[in-house]
Design a protein around this ligand. Structure first.
Ligand code: PRP
Length: 238
């Protein structure tokens, strides 16, 4: 039986993705060990995993290097890859928004926006071109996007808003919501046909796990797992 390969996003999504897979009966013990190994396996279920930069996950899945991926909807919208989005995993919830200074609130339709700063140029371009039919210059930044309107780099930004705290502390407000974002499970189109039974079984197990334990309650499970690892570090941590 061939391995089913799962690409997981490195960073914010990693912990809850692992908890979710574990809850669905997948052995993630190799994944949880701190090691330099790039590909980790659950031999019993013939599943292998790797961690990749979030933006690379849809690439691995589209090309079939991974059958399945767990990645944020923001990355899916930005990358625009040809994949099946099979499950909304419901965690890492936030919104993709247009934000700017308070003075622009309610004035989006009457002012001319010339520059937009963002980590998500494709999402911003599509929004301004198709939804607002405006021609704007998109300026790609790598982080701390909220800085742009404060220092005069752009009038507005397109960025993720989770609690709204970063905007608030910098005197910015949401001017429009582009999309609701959360973690999603995606599947390669060919794998979905060739390994249909095994992939469907996995999707059902994860869906069942989501119904039994809402994503946030998985956090406690992960924290106790981290405490365990701290108390009993794997050999290669010593
Ligand atoms: C993200 C996002 C916002 C912030 C929103 O940034 O780009 O800046 O979180 O969160 P909040 O609404 O809860 O304040 P991240 O922390 O990834 O850092 P970055 O700005 O360096 O990309």
């Amino acid at each position: 039986m061939r391995y089913i390969t799962i690409a997981l996003s490195k960073g914010r999504l990693t912990e809850l993705s692992i908890s979710l897979l574990e809850g669905a009966g997948i052995d993630c013990s190799e994944l949880k060990e701190s090691s330099r190994k790039l590909i980790l396996t659950d031999e019993k279920n013939r599943i292998r995993f790797f961690l990749a930069k979030p933006a690379d996950v849809p690439v691995y899945v589209e090309y079939g290097a991974a059958d399945i991926g767990i990645v944020g909807k923001d990355t899916l919208l930005e990358e625009g890859r040809d994949l099946y989005e099979v499950l909304n995993l419901g965690f890492a919830k936030c919104r993709m928004c247009v934000a700017g200074p308070k003075e622009l609130e309610g004035k989006m339709d009457s002012i001319a926006i010339t520059r937009v700063a963002t980590k998500y140029p494709e999402i911003a371009r599509t929004y301004f071109r198709h939804k607002r039919r405006e021609s704007v210059e998109i300026i790609k930044l790598s982080g701390s996007v909220e800085l742009a309107p404060l220092v005069g780099l752009s009038e507005v930004i397109v960025d993720l808003v989770e609690t709204g705290r970063t905007l608030k502390e910098n005197g910015l407000v949401v001017l429009d919501t582009i999309a609701d974002i959360s973690a999603r499970m995606v599947v390669n189109r060919v794998s979905m046909k060739m390994e249909n039974q095994r992939i469907r079984k996995l999707i059902d197990a994860i869906r069942g796990q989501l119904e039994r334990a809402p994503p946030l309650s998985l956090r406690g499970k992960w924290q106790s797992m981290r405490l365990f690892r701290w108390l009993c570090p794997p050999r290669n941590d010593i």
